[in-house]
Design a protein around this ligand. Structure first.
Ligand code: CTP
Ligand code: CA
Length: 223
């Protein structure tokens, strides 16, 4: 039998995907981070590559393997992730899935901080990290399609729509990441697709299925 070639609607397109957490050092042995397995972001990079896109995946520290079909670059901090993302513009598509740490320690210690007998724990002075999605959304070389995620534990649609506008994204994939949903660290996801035109609720799917549907939607939007 003749094998049918898979259709490649994203052939000739370039895509940047961020995934995983970022680690923000407190000292050489300790860090601040968000929870993130990288499973959804990595699956999206693979799904875009399957549709023919040239994909650069920029990942924070994760334990899962690099996905097939994408070039994977590993970074540690939000500032490093931003620099690598900006160095890959221009691109046709940006999908920012990383759970970027919102804050970093204002001045990380160069040596391991030691516990001091009988003394109070050291305070942490935090400063805000750059917003990578917002920077890309407002960039002079803004990709044609900018997609963000919104990890919420309440008011998912309202908060997601606010992020769509504030970050100048074309699409926000909003999900409820409350511990009881099992989304964080799990293999399934239930998302709402928020665009200027309205909100579409997708059923409970595997993260691979969400990735395939999102890649197909991106291909349709790019025409
Ligand atoms: N994001 C980013 N850089 C940051 C923070 C978030 O690129 N410093 C991106 C995420 O990758 C995601 C989207 O912005 O695509 C929303 O992330 P989220 O953490 O849900 O939103 P925040 O704007 O950080 O707001 P908050 O955490 O207060 O809800
Ligand atoms: Ca955040």
């Amino acid at each position: 039998a003749l094998l049918q070639e898979a259709p490649k609607p994203l052939a000739g397109r370039t895509a940047i995907v961020t995934s995983g957490p970022t680690h923000e050092p407190i000292d050489p042995v300790r860090y601040i981070a968000n929870r993130s397995s990288g499973r959804q972001g990595h699956a999206i990079a693979a799904a875009l590559a399957k549709l023919g896109a040239k994909v650069t995946l920029i990942s924070g520290p994760v334990t899962i393997a690099d996905p097939a079909g994408a070039e994977t670059l590993h970074v540690e901090t939000a500032e490093e992730m931003l620099q690598v993302v900006l160095s890959h513009l221009p691109a046709d598509i940006a999908v920012m899935v990383a759970a970027v740490a919102d804050w970093r320690v204002a001045s990380a210690a160069g040596q391991k901080i030691k516990k001091q007998q009988g003394e109070a724990p050291p305070p942490l002075f935090l400063t805000e990290n750059p917003d990578i999605l917002k920077t890309v959304g407002h960039h002079p070389q803004r990709p044609k399609l900018v997609v963000g995620f919104a990890a919420e534990t309440q008011d998912v649609e309202t908060n997601g729509r606010a992020k769509l506008e504030r970050k100048r994204a074309d699409m926000i994939v909003a999900n409820d990441v409350s511990p009881e949903t099992g989304v964080m660290g799990g293999s399934r996801n239930r998302v709402k697709i928020i665009t200027a035109g309205g909100t579409d609720e997708w059923p409970d799917l595997t993260k691979d299925e969400v990735a395939d549907r999102l890649a197909a939607l991106i291909a349709a939007r790019l025409g």
